[in-house]
Each structure stands twice: as structure tokens, then as C-alpha cells.
Design a binder for this molecule. Structure first.
Ligand code: BYC
Length: 313
């Protein structure tokens, strides 16, 4: 039973800027909202390895291959880190993974699009990691301690990811006409899905008000999206690439780049499981899970043996 005193104390702690830690009292709804959001985030990092992992064997040279390998490995680390942070809320990682494999848990819409050319790897680093940094810099101030600390470390690595992406983009944009066309095509395909990463408009965002009230989200979906557009448009111009939005227009008064309407029908189709690669992504994760069963069994057997040794010695 939650009492109003407990809730008052909890909310005043958040208002003072103190972090909520795993053993602290928290409302059930705060706990369940965090489990939902953090596990979706962890799943996104893990599923997010698939589109990029697809290009490791086809990277154009050794330097690019090593960098991409390191980036994809970082995403695995982020996923494991956030699963661990989620477990501090009293749920087992295996349960979270089952939810993903059974199609009950969401992960970011962006990873349901295919990577068709090498330029996609550059554009993902630039736009997708760029969008993630905008979102996660805000989440680094989240009221839940383990999540906020995870975000600080992850943002540092995401900054490196964005730089490697923008370096690929810059190289291709200044390359042959074919390379320039390839990177422009990638921007055309990834621009709108990157804007969708921030979630629905504020008025449609069912979770935002609660998450903002409890200091998990500090800024709304629309304000983060606008910030992302404002910092990205000048970057595109600097490398002479076009943002595929005829309505893009600078507003002198607000200092914002006004942009066109997102295709929300596409967004909702993708999060319902009907995007271009949803089925492929889940099938790949299920297959990886099945193929890794022997590792989990071996680890469990080893842990059991250690325990038996400890209890009999
Ligand atoms: N995709 O009420 P709303 C990365 C869902 S990975 C799918 O606004 P909320 C990287 C939302 O879950 C980084 N679903 O929700 C990895 C909700 O449905 P439920 C990924 C979405 O939670 C590898 C409903 O729509 N980042 O960086 O207030 C390579 C209504 O939305 C999406 C994170 O996960 C979406 N885009 O806000 C490269 C950040 N948007 O759950 C890079 C952590 C909305 O009620 N998460 N939905 O059934 C967040 O910041 C927030 O959860 C969101 C949504 C902004 C995503």
C-alpha cells in the first residue's frame, strides 16, 4: 500500500534533484514505467546491432571495419549495461528478453529499416546516434540513479559513434558523383525515420506527463526533436547534402528550423510490427538466442558448481 506521505517524500526528493536509488521507496507506477522504458532502450541497443552488423564483412577497408566492429560491440555493451540497470528494479533479464522474443516488448522503430549501402553506416552514425545523443543527454539527468549513470557513460561512446558516422558521410559527400549520390540517397531514406525516434507528438505521447512529473524525462518528445533538427540542418549544409523536406524553413524569430509533418501512419505501422524489417529482426534475435543456449547452460553449470564448492568447503 502506498501512503500519501511516502509519495510526498518521494516527489520532494525528486524536486530537490536527488537521485532515486534501487533500495529507496518508489511508487509501483514509477517502477513499472522505468522497467518499460529502460527495457525498451536495452532491446533497442541489442536489435540496433543488426542493421550495422550487416556491413562488418563489407566495410571498404580495414580501418572502417575495425571502427564499425568497435561501434557494434559498444552497442552490445550498452544493451547489457541497461539490462543490468533494469534488473535493479526487481525484474530478471531473462524475463525481459523473453518479452522481446515473444514480440511483447517494443524497441526503437528506427531499427526496422534496412541498410542498403555502405553510406547507410555513415548516416546511421550521424543521424541515428545523433538523435540518440540528444535524447540520452537529457536522460543522463533522469531521476533514477542507475539509469542516469548508465546514460552518462553511454553518451560518451555515442559521441564517438556520431563522429565516425559523420566522417564517413563527409568523405562520401566530397567523393565521386556516385559516392555523393549514394550518401544523399541514404540521407533521404533515414531522415524521417530518425525524426520518428523521438516518439509521437507531445499531445499523443501517453507516457510523457507521468515521466516528466517524476523527472525521468526532462524534455518533451517535440522539443527534443526540434533541437535535433536545429543542430542537424547546419551539419547537412556544411557537407552540401539536402534534407529531404521541402517545408524546411528557418524561423529568424525563434531560431528554429520549421519542418514538415512526419508520416505518423508509417510510424504506428512500424511500432505495431509492420515495418520493412520487423519480422527479420525478431527472427535474427530468436535465432541468436537459440544458438546461445549452450553458453547459458554452461555458465549456469559453472555457477552451480562454484556454489556447491563453497557450501561443501
Ligand atoms: N520506437 O508515450 P510515448 C541507439 C512508443 S538505441 C518504438 O511518447 P515515451 C542505438 C512508446 O514506447 C536508442 N516505439 O513514450 C543503438 C509508447 O508505447 P508503450 C534508443 C516508440 O516512453 C544501436 C508509445 O509509442 N533510445 O541509440 O514517453 C545503434 C507512445 O510514446 C517510439 C531509447 O530507447 C519509437 N521511436 O517516449 C545506433 C531512449 N517512440 O511503451 C544507435 C529511451 C515512442 O506505452 N526511451 N514509442 O507501449 C525514450 O526516451 C522514450 O521511451 C521514447 C518514447 C522517446 C522512445
Amino acid at each position: 500500500m502506498e501512503t500519501s506521505e511516502q509519495l510526498l517524500e518521494f516527489e520532494s526528493k525528486i524536486a530537490e534533484g536527488a537521485k532515486i536509488e534501487p533500495k529507496d521507496w518508489m511508487p509501483d507506477r514509477y517502477r513499472s514505467q522505468l522497467i518499460r522504458m529502460m527495457s525498451q532502450h536495452a532491446h533497442s541497443e541489442i536489435v540496433g546491432m543488426l542493421p550495422e552488423g550487416n556491413w562488418i564483412t563489407r566495410a571498404p577497408n580495414l580501418r572502417r571495419k575495425m571502427t564499425l566492429l568497435a561501434k557494434v560491440q559498444d552497442e552490445a555493451g550498452h544493451g547489457l549495461y541497461i539490462y543490468s540497470a533494469t534488473e535493479t528494479l526487481g525484474i530478471e533479464r531473462s524475463e525481459l528478453i523473453d518479452q522481446l522474443l515473444e514480440g511483447k516488448a517494443k524497441y526503437s522503430s528506427i531499427f526496422n529499416y534496412p541498410t542498403l549501402s555502405w553510406a547507410d553506416i555513415g548516416v546511421i552514425g550521424w543521424l541515428v546516434d545523433g538523435a540518440a545523443i540528444v535524447n540520452q543527454t537529457m536522460l543522463a539527468k533522469a531521476s533514477y540513479g542507475p539509469y542516469s549513470r548508465a546514460m552518462i557513460r553511454i553518451c560518451k561512446e555515442e559521441n564517438f559513434h556520431k563522429k565516425q558516422g559523420f566522417e564517413i558521410v563527409t568523405t562520401l559527400a566530397a567523393g565521386t558523383p556516385e559516392q555523393k549520390a549514394m550518401v544523399q540517397d541514404a540521407v533521404n531514406r533515414w531522415w524521417w525515420p530518425s525524426l520518428m525516434m523521438f516518439g509521437p507528438h507531445d499531445a499523443e505521447s501517453t507516457n510523457s506527463s507521468e515521466l516528466m512529473q517524476w523527472g525521468v524525462k526532462r524534455k518533451s518528445n517535440d522539443s527534443l526533436r526540434q533541437h535535433f533538427v536545429n543542430i542537424t540542418v547546419p551539419q547537412a549544409r556544411a557537407v552540401d547534402l539536402t534534407i529531404p523536406d521541402p517545408e524546411l524553413e528557418y524561423n529568424e524569430e525563434t531560431g528554429d528550423w520549421k519542418f514538415g509533418e512526419i508520416d505518423w501512419n508509417e510510424f504506428y505501422q512500424v511500432i505495431k510490427g509492420n515495418g520493412p524489417c520487423n519480422r527479420e529482426r525478431i527472427a535474427a534475435r530468436r535465432s541468436a538466442h537459440d544458438n546461445g543456449a549452450w553458453v547459458r547452460e554452461a555458465a549456469r553449470a559453472y555457477a552451480d558448481k562454484q556454489l556447491t564448492r563453497q557450501t561443501t568447503s
